[in-house]
Ligand binder design. Sequence first.
Ligand code: C2E
Ligand code: CA
Ligand code: CA
Ligand code: CA
Length: 278
Amino acid sequence: AKNGGRNGFAFYKSAMTEDASHFMTRSLELRRGLENGELVLFYQPQYCRQSGKMSGVEALIRWNHPTEGLLGPGEIIPVAEQSGLINEIGQWVVEEACAQAMRWRDEGHKCVRVAVNVSVRQLRSDDFVDVVRTALALTEIPPQSLELEITESMIQDDARIISRLHDLRKLGVSLAIDDFGTGFSCLGSIKSLPIERIKIDQSFVRGIPEDRDNTALTEAIIALGRKLGMAVTVEGVEEQAQLEFLQQRDCTDFQGYYFCRPVPAAQIFNLPAINVKT
Ligand code: C2E
Ligand code: CA
Ligand code: CA
Ligand code: CA
């Protein structure tokens, strides 16, 4: 941008300098935001295909920015990863999700599964298993009610990450592969991973049942996951037609705007009942 010569001279900031200073500003703001309690978790319900009941929730990070309002993960996670804040933020996410699960339980709600997203840098960190263990111990929530969502591309053939997954599994938490199908890297190793769930990425679900390719892919992934003994959540369900089609399939859970957008914790148990069965 060109800034007019208010001080008697004009100067240009190159796009790169602007990006760099934006990044600097953002990472400082984010650190302050974390310290000031500006980060919040929203929750999006997941529903059991067979019973129609809420089977779990996914925690999704938001930032109550003091001047810009509510910001989504796109404004948080990339900055956090680049600035090295991701481990602190990831720790906060795990602790807050467990604390929320405890509050819901204390309010008398039945303990639903709470899923949190984990970034690859967190999985690489030697502290992560302890972070999870400590959060479970402090809140005394059943370990299996915490689910960690990791994306397929993180796993690759990284032996350290795979052994970390086994360490996490030993704590009793559940593991899910997020955005399944978009990384197509670990089909061979998937059977040896301690994974209980795959989540089919919303890109596969778009346009079904009219879109024949996506329909075939979604059906194939559901069958693959189920045959490997895993739960299969279909994400990104937006329309009645998608739901009607999926209800006839063997997936276990649904998640998507058709049912509910991500909402603040206080709303999760005040949602209108949903009839998943048609
Ligand atoms: P994701 O894990 O794949 O989460 C699902 C995203 O899809 C969420 O976006 C959710 O609001 C959105 N979504 C849910 N249902 C529908 C639907 O029916 N249609 C469409 N079009 N979208 C739907 P959100 O909250 O903006 O999160 C985006 C991504 O940011 C997440 O994708 C996840 O990868 C990442 N993220 C969110 N929270 C965290 C976090 O605490 N830690 C880390 N590391 N990543 C996070
Ligand atoms: Ca996710
Ligand atoms: Ca996903
Ligand atoms: Ca995604």
